[in-house]
Structures are given as C-alpha cells and as structure tokens.
Design a protein around this ligand. Sequence first.
Ligand code: SAM
Length: 268
Amino acid sequence: MRFGAVLAISASRVAASHSGGAIRIGSPFAPITGRLSCIRQPKAASLVKITISALGFQRRPCGSRPVRFATENGARQILDIGTGIPTSPNTHEVAQSLAPDTRVAYVDNDPIVAVHAHARLTGTHATAFALADLRDPQSILRHPDITALIDFTRPAALVLVAVLHFIAEHEDPQRIVRTLRDALAPGSWLVLTHGTDDTAVHDTSDAVEVYRTSAATLNLRPHRQVLGFLDGFTLQEPGLVTIGEWRPDPGTQVTRFGIYGGVARKPQ
Ligand SMILES: C[S@@+](CC[C@H](N)C(=O)[O-])C[C@H]1O[C@@H](n2cnc3c(N)ncnc32)[C@H](O)[C@@H]1O
C-alpha cells in the first residue's frame, strides 16, 4: 500500500533500531525492516508524521505540487538536495512527465541513499546523483557530476524538501542557502519545506528529542526564521504556508501540518 511505501522512505532518518526506549538514528535502509516497530513508539510517531507531511509536499501522487509548479513555469533543470531513498514519483519523474527534457541532479550525504539512487535514479543521461553534504554547498556546486548536468548560468530549480531542518544553527543554514542562491541564475526557483512547531498541530517535542540523541538533529524553526531562508527570492503565491495549504489539488481536504512550504523565484 502507498502508505507503507511512503513510510519506508520517511523513516530514512527516523529510527534504525530501538532498544529499551532509546531510538537511534542510523542508516536509512534499516528502518525499512524496522519501520513497524518504530511507528509503534510514541516518541517516533510525531516525527513520522512530520516527515510524511513533508514527503507529501514533493511526492504525493496527486501532487508533487511545487516541482510540478516550477516545471510548468519553465524550470528545465532541477537540483534536488536531500533526495532520500527513491520512491515514486521521484522528482525527475514528476518533472519529465511535464517536460521530458528536464535534467535532474540529486544530492544526498547518506551512502545508503547513494546506493539506491544510483540503482534507481540515474538510469538516463538526464539524471545524476552526487554523494555530497549540504553543509558544504561548494562541494555540491563544484561536483563534476552536478556541473556535467546542471548549467548554473541558466535558471534552475533548487529543491530543499525536508532537509534544511537537519542543519543546526551552528552550521549556519542561512549561509548555506545564501551560497546556493548566489550560485543560481536569475529566474531560478527555490522549493523549500521546513519543520516548525509554530502551528502546534501536533506535539513535536518528542521528535526533537529523538534527534537530540542521534547523529542528526531536528531543528524546528518559526515562520519568521524559515522566511529568512527566502531572502533574495520573490515568494510565489500563496507564500510560506503550512504544506497542506500550499496550492492544494482541487477536492483535497486542507490539513495544517507542522511543516512550512513555499516556492520562491530569484528575480530575473
Ligand atoms: C526526510 S528525507 C527527505 C527526502 C526527500 N527530500 C523527500 O522529501 O522525499 C531527508 C534526506 O536528507 C538527507 N540529508 C540530511 N542531512 C543532509 C545533508 N547535510 N546533506 C545532504 N543530505 C542530507 C538525508 O540523508 C535524507 O535522505
């Protein structure tokens, strides 16, 4: 069932193992076998909810709305950082179903994601994957597999879905986004989602706690701070809103999740 498939992906940073109440974050592959035990744990449940919500913004079959939006508005090259384990539809499938000539470069810092991505995402000349870290944006911008596919002198869509909240304050996420923004050509797009506890739709403290004892940290940020990541871009309607509120497909029920999402464009 679709939920199971989504959960397998969403668990990539949730829980690799569970013993005596401690949930450790590890390889994204281990949770595929461990996901049922994981979701039964109250501590992980809110995190699973957050991640599923973020996934829906990009990948829900009826949606994949912001990637679709950017492609419909002319984006023909996409840099998707924080790819996660491939699911369906993947970013290139969404974009190429609308514009077959769209090139999509994926980036993730998880070697296990890399194995899956190379097996499932890079079968054509129009896709690539680079094992690189968002915390070192220059390593992405200069990566030969990225520069072979993405022409940074032309507009591109930068996709940061459910990844920036893994960057802690001391790692200076503002600097990271600024560096990427400055490398993008005028007319480029930024697709961003970011976890928050502003909306108090569900209690996120457990999720934050799960990450506190792991290799990754979950850094929920308020609206004002997430908006700051969009400096230098022009926010598109309806602005930075919870992801359920962002251009919902007709007939879908709008739900407010603790994730902000927005699409912005670098002025031409
Ligand atoms: C919650 S998943 C989101 C996957 C995908 N964007 C989606 O929405 O389906 C987050 C992904 O970001 C990756 N990630 C986390 N920190 C990263 C970093 N510093 N650099 C690159 N990737 C990172 C993780 O390995 C994971 O695959």
